[in-house]
Ligand binder design. Structure first.
Ligand code: ES4
Ligand code: ZN
Length: 326
């Protein structure tokens, strides 16, 4: 079986990572102090005790309020820098990172502070840590289609700092079709497209059908329940679409790592990848996710090597950069 040393030593890309989900209790307390924000929690242990949930709804109810401590360009820089440092230390060579502008602009934080802070961290990390990274703007699917459209237009001056557009937050009653117009516009702007199609959500196989047939995404986030429909599995494989799976996150949100589904898809030749989602909340960064999945599913070294290869193949690096890892 693959050891933690083997997994950490394997060059990996991380493709499903919410920057706001990397807010560790220590940094949350520091940012609160720096910004003069009163928190109910006074210690790391007290903050960690609030990082408790057993469903997507109970997770999101902790997640969004925690972001209040993020106020300035420097705060966003510090958050992304801390993640990139930690990722580089466990063998991540490339990261494509989600961020949620609406979670900040809705609190009065300028879009520019968010995107320029995060971007500056990507530039510094490339120079000082040798890790490449890119930003994916996510729409919050439980906000309106109009709000997504406004957010997309706000991104246009920063087009060169953003590689793609995604869709996250609460999937229930918020299908991909709600955002068809903004995703079409995003494609016109040259953005890559991806969407969360989560597990255990009502109607989610229909949501996978929509992203494949109606929206035309370049990747699917989670999406493991595509196994329910062999025709859709064929479509995913034939198009070479990556699925960005997050086993430890799954185990929190649904009580099931979805190891059986992930391995089933791996064996069927689908480009499944392993990622951490919200590592500060779920207690595992990417190497911990490989370890948990390998232990649960009895993966071999060759299996984890294939998962790591998939992560570069499913990335949005250009072909020359991909070739350095494959
Ligand atoms: C998320 Cl676990 C999860 N699901 C949906 N949206 C999210 N945003 C951050 N983490
Ligand atoms: Zn996610």
């Amino acid at each position: 079986p693959p050891t933690p040393e083997f997994i950490a030593g394997l060059p990996k890309a991380e493709l499903h990572l919410h920057l706001e989900g990397t807010l560790e209790p220590e940094l949350k307390l520091q940012l609160a102090a720096r910004n003069g924000i009163e928190l109910d929690q006074k210690s790391v242990e007290e903050v960690r005790a609030t990082y408790e949930f057993d469903s997507l709804a109970s997770f999101l109810a902790v997640y969004y309020p925690a972001m209040n401590v993020l106020q300035t360009e420097r705060d966003f820089y510090d958050l992304a820098h801390a993640y990139l440092q930690r990722a580089a230390a466990e063998g991540v060579r490339h990261a494509e990172m989600f961020f949620d502008p609406q979670a900040h602009t809705s609190r009065g934080v300028p879009f520019e502070a968010v995107v320029t802070g995060y971007h500056r961290a990507t530039v510094d990390a490339r120079d000082s840590l040798g890790i490449s990274s890119a930003l994916i703007l996510c729409f919050l699917r439980d906000h309106s289609a109009e709000s997504a459209a406004e957010t997309l237009e706000a991104s246009v001056p920063f087009r060169d700092l953003i590689v793609g557009v995604g869709l996250d937050s609460d999937e229930r009653d918020n299908p991909p079709s709600k955002f068809a117009e903004s995703f079409a516009r995003a494609r016109e702007l040259g953005y890559r497209l991806t969407m969360h199609c989560d597990i255990d959500q009502v109607g989610s196989i229909e949501n996978i059908r929509q992203v494949l047939e109606d929206i035309g995404v370049d990747r699917i986030d989670h999406g493991t329940n595509v196994v329910e429909d062999p025709r859709l599995v064929d479509a995913v494989r034939e198009r070479g679409l990556g699925l960005t799976c997050c086993p430890v996150s799954n185990s929190f949100v649904t009580d099931d790592m979805k190891a059986t589904e992930i391995v089933d898809l791996l064996r069927q030749g689908v480009k499944v990848t392993v990622n951490s989602d919200d590592p500060a909340y779920f207690g595992a960064y990417v190497a911990g996710n490989y370890e948990a999945l390998a232990a649960k599913a009895g993966l071999s070294r060759d299996d984890v090597v294939q998962l790591a290869r998939n992560s570069f193949e499913a990335s949005w690096l250009d072909d020359a950069d991909k070739a350095r890892y494959l």
